[in-house]
Design a binder for this molecule. Sequence first.
Ligand code: NAD
Length: 378
Amino acid sequence: MKVAVPREVATDERRVAVIPAELKRLAKLGVEVAIEAGAGEGALHTDEAYREAGAEVVEDKGALLASADLLLKIQPPTMAEVDGLSEGAAVVSLFQPLESPELLARYRERRISGFALEYIPRTTLAQAMDILSSQATVAGYKAVLMAADRHPKLFPMLMTAAGMIQPATVLIVGAGVAGLQAIATARRLGAVVEVSDVRKAAKEEALSLGATFLEVDEEVDAATEGGYAKEVSEAYKQKQQALLADHAKQASVIITTALIFGRPAPKIITEEMVAGMAPGSVIVDLAAERGGNCELTAPGEEVEHHGVRILGYTDLPSRMSVHASQMWSRNMLNLLKHLTSDGAFKFDLDDEITQGCLITHGGEVVQERVRAAIDGQA
Ligand code: NAD
């Protein structure tokens, strides 16, 4: 199977889907990798390093696409990239099929087998292929570093000859993959960490990392079978907001990561709460891509309201492109290990992971949830 890895064209995308260190393992699967010249630059991998590891480095993107059985990339392909592939080729990338009806239609027309990486099920078996988890880990880490950089206070408690410095308090809303990494990172920097989440399992995990869990006085366990959260009752929401408003006043930093699968991000940090924070405080909203957990977040931007800086950047993993690419690349190896046999896709439609993330195949939409959503819209 010939795999083409193009240079990412989206603005500010510095990651690459395959790194040189993974090429030997990919070769063992019967996969031949061709990479567009310069594709690894943003993650500090030279063409020479790819060549030495056994990849073909191709200058002509048209030729790269035309000869590929699989286009492997990070961001969804452009229409020109899809049109450059031969009919019936496969694409593995982020996709957002419901938000990108034109791309979905083009995949069907050109009989592209389109895999959506964000649809990989959140199961134990799929964990090693799960780019949402690997990239959330990177985002959670970077969020804390950015907050620490923006804040004019130190994070740790320091006893110095020039007096004592009190530790900063970091409030983390949503202790999923990104939130847990944010807790660990903030703790390593010496901050006092407080956490809010709607899933009961999150409490134990937060405590084990040395955080305090903020209990809402209202029964809830909003965990679904897949481990995701679902929406909470109005009564819970009000009590949670009152509690968070109280704690926000003392917090130097708030990091929000709360998401409900397939829905806009819940609005948890209100303008009133922001106004109640001390000037100089920082909010990093990791839910910005889905609209943000804070009412004042501007996705993709850094803004200031009531003296509080609110970071709504959506490219945090790309800012840590070396390790984000390393983890992505390993996720891809594990995914291809599962989906292929003797260097060809199995397209086993009875397999849970294939059912989850194979969206189009043979000109049809084969993913149940996507098909149901499209039928519902018709
Ligand atoms: P996510 O990104 O969907 O959400 C982030 C966090 O926000 C979650 O912990 C969620 O409970 C929380 N949240 C949602 N609404 C909230 C609200 N109103 N207030 C406070 N918090 C709120 O979740 P995620 O990080 O992708 O994963 C969540 C959990 O799923 C993980 O902790 C894990 O248990 C499980 N998971 C399993 C796998 C796997 O097995 N492959 C992979 C990833 C995650």
